[in-house]
Design a protein around this ligand. Structure first.
Ligand code: 3UK
Length: 517
């Protein structure tokens, strides 16, 4: 399938609404919050959201923020926004208030749909979000003037005509982080949704109408949004939304036991954490699963084999990126090489090049470039960085790769210092600047270190100020300090006290030397 196969004027609402002709009364969405919602019910509610947004003055091309746990309202909001030609900002729920200020300002969102659990993070920055006019709360508001989602849509019509969006019009914005500087706003067009759904969801993963998906990966993350909402509905399958934290592995097991999904999306750390739960396959009935998917960081081969041995289920590891929207290189259900990212598939062309842009011979490590029609075109308001990543038809992924003699691709680290922790970006520079703001620390460097499952976590090397001495107590204080100042997953898991850090002649800290130690 090619972008040109879609109608020129195409709205991603089709992904939801094509189901109305064939399976309007089938349950489309399971959750703990609400009874199973049929495709008809979801479509009606999306229309109500669209109508209510129009009344607030939202027009084609306007941005609307979604800052919510994975509840049914996330899904109805997303499709309501898309249908009127708006652009939904799927905001990471794990961030700190100042990061939301950036996103709201950068996107100039006038409307924010926020879950009550996340209201406190917004409350303190409300005055700084210059363009924000309306806040809709899923649950109970704190502030006068804020709207209650349920009341806001209740009087609205369930009929709505879709905006005549061009297939190249944008419909979503996600913020991704880089080593330094502001988050990178990545826009995707309406066309990218059916394309990735077909190219990977159907052609590679083999999603079928009778599947039911569950994501430990959240909807604010393109991995979760594609895997656990867009692709299943494209295929006529159902989704299970989980609003709790996936960090507690038993939460996910309970959801599988209760809602019987056939497909699970998780990050490698999620699979490792699940297996740390003793006798999990006896405590929970997970026999409904037919396939598991892993992405966000590489899945170590031992984790793959352990999972297979304990559950009998294969894990499909594929690498995706927010820039490409979803997975562009993947293992296949009937062709898996554990530990590798699999092989190229139709729709994405891959190239491994040296630093001069020349293709490297098979077996040699180089920079992975990808060329596919679901690629974003730029980072919002970031001209220089855009030019470094979006190279005409090719995207510079920042990942190092080599191909083995049978054609499987193996991840060999990053060309920047960025870490993927539990599948989510962590910038060592951000952790370092947080640590340095603590009075005990003179200087520090943060690198990735593999834990017992071979999964990377941040480790800090610190030089203390005079008058301080390294101790378990200080380590505890520093880790807590990081948890307060940043999203908790960014905290260092180990702290090494050293007398000095390796540096270049010009005084630049050499993280790579710490990594090899
Ligand atoms: C790394 C992987 C090895 C890699 C994503 C699936 O992770 C996603 O998007 P992000 O923009 O990060 C992209 C970067 O993450 N990575 C992702 N998957 C793998 N490395 N093996 C993997 N399987 O560095 C890549 O450049 O957060 C994943 C679907 C949609 C996504 N957006």
């Amino acid at each position: 399938m090619k972008a040109a196969d879609l109608p020129l004027y195409y709205n991603a609402i089709e992904i939801l609404e094509h189901n109305l002709a064939q399976r309007a009364d089938k349950v489309a969405l399971y959750s703990r919050e609400r009874d199973g919602m049929t495709f008809q019910e979801v479509a009606n509610e999306a229309n109500q959201v669209g109508n209510a947004l129009k009344k607030l003055g939202v027009r084609m091309g306007d941005f609307v923020g979604i800052l919510s746990l994975d509840t049914p309202e996330w899904a109805t909001s997303f499709f309501g926004i898309a249908k009127i030609g708006g652009i939904a900002i799927g905001m990471n729920t794990l961030l700190k208030p100042y990061e939301y200020t950036y996103m709201l300002r950068d996107s100039r969102a006038r409307v924010l749909i926020v879950h009550q659990a996340l209201l406190p993070s917004i409350e303190e920055i409300r005055d700084e979000a210059d363009f924000l006019e309306h806040v809709i709360v899923i649950g109970q508001p704190d502030r006068e003037g804020d709207l209650v989602y349920a009341d806001w849509i209740s009087g609205e019509s369930t009929e709505l005509e879709a905006a005549p969006t061009h297939r190249d019009d944008y419909c979503s914005l996600n913020y991704s982080s880089g080593t330094t500087g502001a988050p990178k706003g990545i826009l995707h067009a309406h066309k990218d949704y059916p394309l990735t759904a077909q190219l990977w969801g159907v052609n590679v993963l083999g999603l079928k109408e009778d599947d039911r998906t569950l994501g430990a990966a959240k909807l604010f993350f393109a991995f979760g949004l594609g895997g656990n909402l867009i692709f299943p509905w494209y295929a006529g399958a159902s989704v299970v939304l989980f609003s709790g934290t996936p960090r507690v592995a038993t939460n996910i097991m309970e959801m599988i036991d209760r809602f019987k999904p056939t497909i699970l999306y998780n990050a490698p750390t999620g699979y490792a954490a699940t297996m740390a739960v003793e006798k999990f396959t006896e405590k929970y009935d997970i026999s409904s699963l037919r396939l598991c998917v892993s992405a966000g960081e590489s899945l170590p081969a031992p984790v793959w084999h352990d999972w297979k041995e304990k559950t009998g289920v294969n894990i499909i590891d594929g690498i995706g990126s927010t820039e490409n929207f979803h997975i562009f290189l993947s293992n296949f259900p009937d062709d898996i090489r554990p530990g590798s990212s699999g092989k190229a598939f139709e729709g994405y062309e891959l190239k491994i090049v040296d630093d001069d842009g020349n293709e490297v011979p098979q077996g040699e490590v180089g920079n992975l470039l990808v060329n596919g029609e679901t690629a974003a075109l730029f980072y919002l308001h970031q001209y220089e960085r855009s030019r470094q990543t979006f190279l005409g038809e090719w995207i510079f992924t920042g990942d190092k790769y080599y191909v083995d003699e049978d054609g499987y691709y193996w991840h060999a680290g990053r060309s920047d210092d960025m870490l993927k922790v539990g599948g989510i970006w962590v910038s060592p520079v951000e952790v370092e600047s947080t640590l340095i703001s603590h009075p005990a620390i003179l200087e520090c460097a943060v690198v990735g270190r593999a834990d017992q499952s071979d999964l990377v976590k941040p480790e800090a090397y610190v030089v203390l100020n005079e008058g301080y001495a390294g101790s378990d107590e200080l380590t505890g204080q520093l880790v807590n300090y990081c948890k307060e100042k940043m999203a908790a997953y960014k905290r260092p898991r180990w702290i090494q006290y050293v007398d000095e850090l390796p540096k270049t002649a010009t005084g630049k800290i050499q993280r790579f030397r710490l990594r090899s130690e």
